[in-house]
Design a binder for this molecule. Structure first.
Ligand SMILES: [Zn+2]
Length: 350
């Protein structure tokens, strides 16, 4: 019987990093501001959290997602990025854009921003993996037992423990992530990993010099592992932090995508918007030791919410902006999700 692919008028999204409030009051249902059918990786802890803190958050988020009914918890790559359902051609009117899988849900996985939540025990990587954590970055902004962070003035890269951590991530099948790490730590991850590494949410320093942005050398080293760099929509990392600059931020994301595609190839570029459903500016005010004036000097941090990213607000969405710049439908599908999905297929252990 002839079949046709569901007519998705816009590409499916693999959002490699966004943030709920790291509190029991977090509303997991808010994540449905992303379209059903998306894959989302949601943070469950950073440098200020212990294993117990992150395990409690995971338990809460997983229970809330299941009771909400619009989520599927990610175990395998098929949960994260299922093959599109083929619909019999005679069941669908030509051009019918509603022909998508009626059982579409949001695929929900988790990530850790810092190795602190391991409590120094590498066996916890396996435990977190079993609960849906699929990505971990060793050092959030500042040095820890694993290595240096991007706000450190002295950069000695990964420690011996940090290299053991990367090898453990490889064995368990979790993404080794270089975002928030120092430049040398990022390069050391590339040199140590035997699987593709990622930068889950990092832009290019060549376009906007900021310690959270990565150098061309880091980007090339990541691509050489076969990995992907997720471009974020954070005002201070794009150099577009004016509160009203919603359209500028989407355009600037496209600038970073175009730059990365030219530098390392389009197959190594994805999206990790870093959108915060929390008031992250309060988090910074309450925990100044985890940040620096590189986070506060432009005023309250502005974001690219799902509605701006997806073209559901008053500004043109990223897909439309990229199409106008000449990116083909296949290019946009790769950037929006296929690239991260390909790397997950290689790295994750089902
Ligand atoms: Zn982050």
């Amino acid at each position: 019987m002839p079949h046709q692919r569901p007519d998705r008028s816009r590409p499916r999204l693999w959002e490699q990093h966004c943030c709920l409030p790291l509190l029991p009051s977090a509303a997991v249902g808010d994540l449905t501001r992303y379209r059903l059918g998306s894959y989302l990786s949601v943070n469950v802890g950073f440098s200020l959290h212990s294993s117990r803190d992150s395990l409690e958050l995971l338990d809460l988020f997983r229970r809330d997602a299941l009771s909400d009914g619009r989520f599927r918890l990610v175990g395998s790559i098929d949960d994260a990025w299922p093959a599109e359902t083929l619909v019999p051609e005679d069941a669908v009117a030509p051009g019918d854009s509603t022909a998508v899988d009626p059982d579409e849900l949001i695929a929900l996985a988790f990530d850790l921003e810092d190795s602190g939540p391991l409590d120094g025990d590498l066996d916890n990587v396996e435990l977190f993996y079993s609960l849906g954590v699929r990505s971990l970055l060793p050092s959030y902004n500042h040095a820890n037992a694993a290595g240096c962070g991007c706000l450190d003035t002295e950069d000695t890269g990964l420690t011996a423990y940090g290299r053991d951590l990367v090898r453990t991530l490889n064995e368990v099948g979790m993404f080794a992530d270089g975002s928030h790490c120092s430049r040398r730590t990022g390069l050391d991850i590339s040199a140590t990993t035997t699987a593709p590494m990622i930068y889950s949410h990092s832009n290019f320093a060549a376009l906007w010099e900021h310690p959270r942005n990565i150098t061309d050398e880091q980007a090339r080293a990541c691509a050489e592992t076969g990995g992907v760099i997720g471009i974020n929509g954070v005002g201070i990392f794009l150099g577009r932090n004016a509160p009203a600059a919603h359209a500028d931020r989407v355009e600037a994301m496209a600038d970073h995508i175009a730059y990365g595609a030219e530098l390392v190839g389009i197959e190594h570029i994805g999206i990790g918007s870093d959108y915060s459903f929390d008031d992250f500016n309060e988090e910074i005010a309450e925990n100044p030791e985890a940040f620096s004036d590189a986070y506060t000097r432009w005023g309250p941090i502005q974001w690219t919410p799902p509605e701006d990213l997806l073209g559901e607000s008053t500004v043109p969405g990223l897909d439309e902006v990229l199409a106008k710049r000449g990116f083909s439908e296949a290019d946009r599908a790769a950037i929006f999700g296929e690239n991260f999905a390909r790397v997950a297929r290689e790295v994750w252990r089902d």
